[in-house]
Design a protein around this ligand. Structure first.
Ligand SMILES: [Zn+2]
Length: 441
């Protein structure tokens, strides 16, 4: 290994500063483009960090002013092999400073943690990727194949002005990419004593934001009225809210549960899988949501005056659909709601790949080298990421942002949560694992 520019030590030192500085750039994404603040500034900052060590970078605004993205490619030894994409989003969800112990955009480094909005979602991984990208360039390292680093806008609002736009309008930036890593995976959970399992995301549920619309006859609120849109909509929403979609054990979920059984001895019997998953503590929240499709009503709109029966009532339902279930889900919905409830939706498809092959071997190898005795298991994310967009280019997607976490940290609760923070040691661990992984993939 060449070691002319400070090597891995320097990368581990600077990852903390990089994460902290990045958190200080407020990149709040409310979903309303008019309230956007720092995406452009963050992208320019990333571009500068890459240019500083010799990268040529491409800055692209994805569909609207200020939606900054940065892409850089590091040439590999074998150009005939498909490239590997390492991507991360620069935007964060809003944070209410009055609820936090430290200011959410302070990037404070204290008590062994880097604190702030984005610390785990996902300025941690952005900083780790940047630290390794900079170290490879400084040390003249040529990875086995091309690596494309991409830092993206708008993930928190679905990527319409980020990954989705880039995939549609600038696919050449991802030329030759066959596989990708990003959030939400690679973190450890402690299942027994000191035995950790690292969860690699191999699947994601699909997202469907469904709008229900019911029409009736307008009229005076004081009269007898048999065609009330509000009452009809309320009935439909109740029906959907109480409906349970069928239990489906996807391959990634099965593999995860088998791994947990191997480590802990806990069984997940076919006839009571949900009951058994329910006993997994904080983990049950995450895994429980990947056993069935869900449809949670989230918004209601109707009426404008107490004594006017409106002619239209609308509801919004957040639906999450297992891989392979989209058609069945539609049919079930149609059957359940009947023809009088109009349905329209926007959404993104489920994602799924298999937990095998050379890239997975490299993940397992790089984790094992840093945490001997650890297990590496696949899992399905109930939420969605930019992987949904990159899947459209035929890319295999994995959530692999490696972090070794303390046993008592409620990691999944930190996503979009108050006092979001990441352990300093976990960031350094992540740099070492990513470094080894990228040298061997
Ligand atoms: Zn994220």
């Amino acid at each position: 290994m060449t070691n002319t520019g400070g090597g891995l030590e320097l990368a581990q030192d600077e990852v903390v500063t990089l994460a902290s500085e990045l958190i200080r750039i407020d990149t709040t994404n409310t979903g309303d483009p008019d309230t956007l603040v720092g995406e452009r500034k963050a992208a320019e900052w990333v571009a500068e960090k890459l240019a500083e060590v010799g990268y040529e970078t491409t800055y692209v605004e994805s569909g609207a002013k200020g939606r900054g993205n940065v892409v850089a490619r590091l040439a590999g030894a074998d150009p005939s092999r498909g490239a590997l994409l390492v991507h991360g989003h620069l935007d964060v969800v809003p944070a209410d400073a009055s609820e936090w112990s430290v200011h959410p955009f302070s990037g404070a480094v204290q008590d062994g943690y880097v604190w702030g909005r984005g610390a785990v979602d996902m300025k941690d991984m952005v900083a780790m990727s940047l630290a390794v990208a900079r170290r490879f360039k400084r040390d003249g390292i040529v990875p086995p194949r091309d690596i494309v680093f991409a830092f993206l806008a708008d993930e928190e609002a679905g990527g319409l002005y980020g990954a989705q736009w880039l995939v549609e309008h600038r696919p050449e930036l991802f030329e030759g990419v066959t596989e990708a890593i990003s959030e939400v995976g690679g973190f450890s959970i402690t299942l027994k004593d000191d035995v950790r399992a690292y969860l690699v995301e191999t699947a994601e549920k699909g997202i469907r934001w469904l709008k229900l619309r019911v029409r009736g006859t307008a009229g005076h609120g004081s009269m007898i009225h048999h065609d009330n849109a509000v009452a009809k909509l309320a009935a439909a929403v109740t029906k959907l809210g109480q409906h349970r979609f069928p239990l489906v054990i996807s391959p990634s979920v099965r593999e995860f549960l088998d791994g947990v059984t191997e480590i802990t001895g806990i069984d997940f019997p076919e006839d009571d899988i949900e009951g058994a998953v329910g006993k997994l503590g904080a983990l049950s929240r995450m895994i429980g949501a990947t056993l069935r499709d869900t449809a949670n009503p989230t918004m209601l709109t109707a009426g404008y005056k107490a004594n006017v029966i409106p002619s239209v009532a609308e509801a919004t339902v957040d639906c999450r659909i297992l891989p392979g279930r989209e058609e069945a889900f539609d049919a079930e919905l149609a059957e359940l709601l009947g023809p009088d409830v109009e349905r329209e939706w926007i959404g993104l498809p489920p994602v799924e790949t298999t937990f095998d092959g050379a890239l997975v071997d490299a993940m397992v190898g790089s984790i094992s080298a840093e945490d001997p005795g650890a297990k590496v298991l696949p899992y399905m994310l109930s939420g969605g990421t930019d992987a949904k967009s990159f899947q459209r280019l035929g890319i295999r997607n994995f959530g692999f942002a490696p972090l070794k976490l303390p046993a008592d940290l409620d990691f999944s609760g930190l996503f979009h949560g108050v006092d979001e923070r990441v352990p300093v040691d976990a960031l350094k661990f992540g740099v070492r694992v990513l470094d080894r992984f990228l040298l061997n993939s």
